[in-house]
Design a protein. Sequence first.
Length: 293
Amino acid sequence: MNWLITFAGAALVLLVLRDVFHTLWHPTRHGGLSRLVMTALWRLASSLPLRRRASGLAGPLAMVIVVAAWALTAVLGWTLIYWPHMPQAFTYATGLKPADHAGFADALYVSLVHISTLGLGDIAPAEGWLRILAPMEALVGFALLSATVAWTLGIYPALARRRALALRLSHLARTHPTTEQIDADAGAAILDGLAGAVAVVSVDFQQYAESYYFHDGDDRTSLARQITCAMNLADQAAAARHPDVRLSAAVLRAALDDLAAILDERFLRTRGSAREVFEAFAHDHGRHTGGGT
């Protein structure tokens, strides 16, 4: 029975490490703790009366919950590893009676001390395999801290790139460019720049899928609101006489189709056209599709 508890604890630790791995270094669309928490909070925020304000908190709050869940699950896992082997596999500081410090709370204390790298030493492992395993918990604690920093440093630049693209589209929409204005070398350059920015955002949605659940407060910086402007511009430029403009329009349209496919496959499940996917994207973010403000 003792070893079953130990194996259960080891399974919890491995579960946490797997979730961190798939969240940060090998993102997939198959779920995981971070995806489940993000989706649940996003749906909950969308159902509240003050949708925009609640949605603005969904992403950051979900990140805090996920990191806390990672840490608590890891602590619990190591607690279950230590607990069945107390007090016989541990040494105690002078003044501590082993029989009085062999409960679940004491194992939890040992786990917290090791994962936080405090190393107080009043209760320390004595058996060889535990002496090797305990420092590994400290390494996991350091890895969780590093993962939290890496996750934060990855998601927020992705959000900045997404919002910058939306703002650029908003600027274009407010200038109301004509087909004659687009039908020039400058128009081709603008279309190429937009295609590159859309491709970057597509990669961001694949690498940092959790960024989807961050709400953009201003319509001008909301990609869900502004993305149809890019489609309209690509359709407008497709009728240009300049071959470079037509080519750039085709590249932009291909980039938009790829973005729509990623959004639909990972988040929306509409199985519709690119324009229908972007309309669903706008609706999911509490927006109406449009070309500007």
